[in-house]
Ligand binder design. Structure first.
Ligand code: C5P
Length: 223
């Protein structure tokens, strides 16, 4: 099914994580481990999920100088996640170094701009301009640095695909079943993501906070 669903495991309850994975079974092959599960369970959770045959998006959003990000990738390599995230704002030298450190064994995804940020937040940071333009420029930097794709919102997916190319991955968080706003500002539905050519959607709370996570996935399939 495209976009493929990556379930974000933003949980610190180990039993809940394992129950969820068991419940979702073959319906979900990709899980995202970010700060929350990684800081609590470390590599143990990554390795465990890999043993269950799952693919991992390791969302550690690397954000540091070239030497540090490059050795961080080297430290990650033996655990072989499918994807690792790095902020595009680290700049070209750090992106190139990180890419080189992967030795072609894992794929890097560049974070363009967090989906919780809107134009007001950017103005407060002295960043002006159209969000699509900002995201596209960062996506181009990621492409030039050899990254496999980017994390961007549903609003920017179409222009990234059009300007950079079909094989450059767009991974989209901020997917909501109904468009009620929470802390995510640049949001869309699964159907929007499919129509805009998104490759992967990252879905957290709408699945793990639901009383019927399997039902949520099945309803997305029907959309
Ligand atoms: O719960 P929700 O569906 O909002 O989860 C979205 C996930 O995607 C969170 O784990 C968040 O850290 C992550 N993410 C994001 N925006 C980005 C990159 C990652 O929301 N630009």
């Amino acid at each position: 099914m495209k976009p493929e669903i990556i379930v974000a495991l933003d949980l610190i309850d180990e039993d809940k994580i394992l129950r969820l994975i068991k419940l979702l079974g073959n319906k979900v092959s990709y899980y995202k481990i970010g700060y929350i599960a990684f800081y609590r369970f470390g590599w143990n959770m990554v390795d465990r999920l890999k043993d269950l045959g799952k693919k991992i998006m390791l969302d550690l959003k690397l954000d540091d100088i070239p030497n540090t990000v490059s050795y961080a990738i080297e430290a990650i390599l033996p655990h072989k996640p499918t994807f690792v995230t790095i902020h595009s704002s680290v700049g070209k030298e750090a992106l190139l170094k990180a890419k080189e450190a992967t030795r072609g064994e894992i794929e890097l995804l560049g974070i363009t701009l967090l989906t919780s940020l809107g134009e007001d937040d950017l103005e407060a940071l002295n960043i002006y301009g159209d969000i699509r333009g900002i995201v596209l420029k960062r996506a181009k930097l990621c492409k030039e640095s050899g990254l496999k794709g980017v994390v961007a919102s549903v609003n920017e997916a179409e222009i990234i695909k059009r300007e950079i190319g079909e094989d450059f991955l767009v991974v989209t968080p901020g997917i909501r079943i109904s468009l009620d706003k929470d802390d995510q500002k640049r949001i869309g539905t699964y159907k929007d993501a499919r129509e805009k050519g998104v490759d992967f959607v990252v879905i957290g709370r709408p699945i793990y906070e639901s009383d019927d996570p399997l039902g949520v996935i099945e309803s997305l399939e029907k959309e």
